[in-house]
Each structure stands twice: as structure tokens, then as C-alpha cells.
Design a protein around this ligand. Sequence first.
Ligand SMILES: C[S@@+](CC[C@H](N)C(=O)[O-])C[C@H]1O[C@@H](n2cnc3c(N)ncnc32)[C@H](O)[C@@H]1O
Length: 300
Amino acid sequence: MTGPRPSRTMERLRRRVLAPLFDRLGYDLVPAAPDWSHRPTSPREVDFLLSSAAASLERDLAASGIATSEDVLERTRDFWTLIPTAPVRQRRGGSGFNGALQLYVAMRALAPRTVIESGVFRGLTTWVIRQACPAATIHCHDPDLSGLQYRDANATYSTADWSQADWSRLDPAATVAFFDDHVSQGRRVIEARRLGLTRLLFDDDAAGHRIHAHGGPAHPTIAMIEALRDRAEPIRWQRNGRAFEQPADDPLAREAAAGIARAHAFDDLHRATGYSPARLTYVALHPTRDTTLGSEGRAA
Ligand SMILES: C[S@@+](CC[C@H](N)C(=O)[O-])C[C@H]1O[C@@H](n2cnc3c(N)ncnc32)[C@H](O)[C@@H]1O
């Protein structure tokens, strides 16, 4: 199941009238069919796709320092069965197959009791997190929740920035924060560290030589923070005619770098699965000693 298909009449209207009109205006009008609605169906090809993806994910979990007793190939098979049932249809603007698979496997391995999600959009990643962690408490933050296609019955939702929320009852050691919110990743690292969190996942972690391909580039990204540890010249790029610069001596990047114990960018999985490249990065922070957490909180 991949949600309702566009009706034949609608599809005919799109092809014959709307798409040519949009084309003349410089836009592409395409059906919102998620990438996973296209898939191999012969058993040998399905096995090859799943075992290639699982091998890649196993390498990434090890390189991230995430110890797990999960059978990654089995979890990848589970995901293959689950993803066609996703209640969100999205072709653009959020995770596709590869990003959702990475998030599912990483969340299974990290097994948090609490998840903070910043950047919800239609709710696909909330649904993925719920499939991976059925008993977790999930806190969702996004200033615009008007496009939700999946609202988790047991999650909390807020349009306030996560940094403004009251986390006095949070147990940082049992929490994973997932940021897919187009906000400076350096800022998110510093905010997370203040709360004593040590396990973070970031989507859209683009390196300096790739960030020109991103809309609304939030910087410094984790890859930039790592690159700026030992260089003095700024990172510069342009997008839609606008020039951007990430200074090398940015105090925010320096503070974030000091808090990062380990960062690992997962393989994009495109070669393994053929789906659009994903960009998940795991970040382990140095534990903080002086957290101001309340009753359930404890300094890691
Ligand atoms: C790429 S989308 C998230 C996609 C979603 N995680 C998925 O893969 O399906 C980015 C979202 O970040 C949200 N956003 C923008 N500023 C934010 C902020 N300060 N805090 C949280 N979310 C924010 C946008 O409204 C948008 O819905």
C-alpha cells in the first residue's frame, strides 16, 4: 500500500494540461509518488538490495561507535515490508527510502526511551521513529505543522523551537535527538550539549564542497565543523545567485567542535538500493558535567 493513486482523470489532466503549463512557467509538475513505490520484485534482486544495504548500515553503525545486538539484515527486511504501509506520500522535501531506512536502523540500534524530533514536515520520520521504537516517548517540534499527514497518537507536538521547551524531566542518557530542521547544526550541537544529550542524529549534513546543492543551507553543518578544526580559510559557495560564507573563525563552530566526541556520516546508500542518496550523520557528544536537569535528569 502506498496511499491512494491519482485518478486516471487527474493524471490525464496533469499530462495534457497542467504539466505543459507548469513547464512553460519553469516548474516540473510530477505526481507525489514516494520513491519506494518503485521496487525490484524478483527475489534475487530484492535479496541483493537488502543485503547490500544491510552491509553498508552495519559498517556505519560500527564506525559511529553504536554497539547493537540487532540483526541489521533482519531489521532491513522488516523495513522493506513496512515502508509500503507508510501513511505519508512524499516525493520531495523530506526523507525518501534511504533516509527512512537509515533512521529506522539507527533508532533500532540506539533504542532510546525518549526521542526529540526537530523538523517534522508531513510526519514521515515521526512514523519511522515510531515503527523503530514503539514504546518511546516522542516530542515533535516544527513551526509549521499544517502539512502533517501522520500525527502520532502518543507523541507531543509543538510549534515552538525545541530549545525553548522545558526539558527539566528529561533523562539525557535515554534520549536521542534527531534534527532535520534546516537550522545551523552547530547551534543544535551546542543546545543539545547544554541539556547533557550525547546522542544526536542529523539529516542534511552537507560538506563544504556539496552544500551548494542544498536549499536553505543551514550552516555550519557537522561536516563543516569537522573540516574547520584545522583550516584557516572560510568555506564559500553560491546558490541561486546568492553568495554564502562559513567563516573559519566562527565562535559557534569552535564551541560545537569542542563538544563533539565523534561524528560519522553514513554512506548515502544510493549504490546499494538505487534510491535517492540519504544524508544521515550520527554525532556523539562529550558528556557534560554541569547539567541543570531536574528530577529525572542526570548528568551523563
Ligand atoms: C526537510 S523538512 C523535515 C522532513 C521530515 N523530517 C521528513 O524527512 O519527512 C524540514 C522541516 O523543518 C521545519 N523547520 C523550520 N525551522 C524549524 C525549527 N526552528 N525547528 C523545527 N523545525 C523547523 C520546516 O517547517 C520543515 O517542516
